[in-house]
Unconditional design. Structure first.
Length: 180
């Protein structure tokens, strides 16, 4: 097995080593006040260490669901200002770097609401989301002004909205990336 060590992967290894030693690397976590909408971020699940990306088995272009699967590669995300009318500080629309659609929710499904990308048909607006420090360089991502957090859910590693539990399945790392 050949392992390709890019500068980005080397950076992630160094961040992990510093974190294990109790040293927080300046670029390892992005405090809420320092989130720069012009920067791109890898979003990583604390529960399984996987990058957040969209499903590769979508039935069509309008059904890309969010997953944090160990098989995912790095995927850059932007934190843009939310749609007009949401002026609360620290509220963003999280947007996929390549496809450039924001994260939304599909309310038509049963059970926990799976997150997906908003479609080109604008059938659902992007969700206004807040990235809130949870300590130790970890964050929770929640729907603005609601107790609904991104939660790693089930064997498929989909990301869904569920009430806060305090479990690691609701904790995420935001690492600034140049992988764009």
């Amino acid at each position: 097995m050949n392992i390709v060590l890019t500068s980005t992967r080397l950076f992630h290894i160094l961040v992990a080593i510093c974190t294990l030693r109790g040293q927080a690397h300046a670029g390892a976590a992005v405090p809420q006040a320092r989130i720069d909408p012009s920067s791109a971020y890898d979003i990583i699940s604390v529960a399984n260490g996987a990058y957040v990306d969209v499903t590769t088995d979508a039935q069509d272009f309008d059904h890309f669901y969010l997953v944090a699967s160990p098989s995912n590669f790095e995927t850059a995300w932007y934190l843009w200002d939310p749609p007009t009318g949401t002026n609360e500080k620290g509220t963003y629309t999280i947007v996929h770097f390549v496809i450039e659609y924001g994260v939304t929710v599909d309310n038509s499904t049963q059970g926990p609401n799976p997150l997906r990308l908003a479609t080109r048909n604008n059938d659902r607006l992007p969700l206004p989301l807040q990235v809130v420090p949870a300590g130790g360089g970890e964050y929770v991502v929640k729907v603005a002004n609601k107790d609904l957090l991104w939660t790693l859910y089930g064997d498929e590693n989909k990301i869904q909205l569920l009430p806060a539990t305090g479990e690691k399945t609701q904790h995420w790392r935001f690492v600034e990336t140049e992988n764009t």
